[in-house]
Design a protein around this ligand. Sequence first.
Ligand code: PEP
Ligand code: MN
Length: 321
Amino acid sequence: MILTLKQNADPEEAKRELTRLGLWVTELQGAPAPQFVVHPHSRLVEKDDLLKIPAVASVAVNASKHPLLDNQPRTLKIGPTAIGAAVSPVLIAGPCSVESSEQIHSLAELLKPLGVTFLRGGAFKPRTSPYDFQGYREKALRWIRSAASAHGMGVVTEVLGAPEVELVAEFADLIQIGSRNMHNFALLQHVGKAGKPVLLKRGMAATVEEWFGAAEHCLANGVPAVVFCERGIRSFDPATRNVLDLGAVALLAHVHKLPVIVDPSHAAGRRDIIPALARGSLAAGAAGLMVEVHEDPGTALSDGPQALSIAEFRSVLTGQA
Ligand code: PEP
Ligand code: MN
């Protein structure tokens, strides 16, 4: 239940009274009027019992489990860039991993004129094997920040664990929560403290409602804005790395009016079908694309098979691929 207090009510006193009734009470940060989400944890409490409390103005039963997300503006401002269905699609591109200062600077120089507003690149990499390249960590953060700033772009990079949140927040404009961490609630709580917007990738086996729950964790802990990123979900078929769920994209964009971008690179796992998936994503309502691009995909330290060369990426944008 969501309970709205009267304007002149004392929230602390109201909280004590509700707790005495056996309710678990959480204040909704950022709500337009003082509001509490209340859950009866020990006995049933009826709406009428709550309305008898003098401080209570109204009670919404069967309320949404993600009220902050529901109130998030349809178009988000991430620095100077607007992201949402009503504005032109945002382009995020760059290598899977930031591999050197020279690499990321030359990619930034080539990507900026193509309309890319955010440079992406991993500094902390979530690799299946501990023997694979794990990322150049802080060095990579410095390289990508300097390359992006030199070309007037923003930085999207992943935070892998709570100890690195502050460091990543220092360099990123949009902090990526990777698919493997969507359910890591301790990390989502921690990322709120950084006060930076989040790009929330869908867990590879997460339902849409679980994805929304993860977004609500971010917002309830201080994240100012959440952009969703569909990157494919697990299926039985290894023909593509994941299954790009365009149904979920359409649902978020058209039914829930939420900003969702698509990462066709991790969905496909192979470069040949990325142009088709990119076009399909925009047709389904995606507010943008995040694509892995590498100057020489054959030598990439991670995810080479799905990386596009600059020429291939350019042809995705011109519709010639
Ligand atoms: C990435 O974007 O580099 C990445 C690791 O993606 P995901 O979390 O979707 O696998
Ligand atoms: Mn990758």
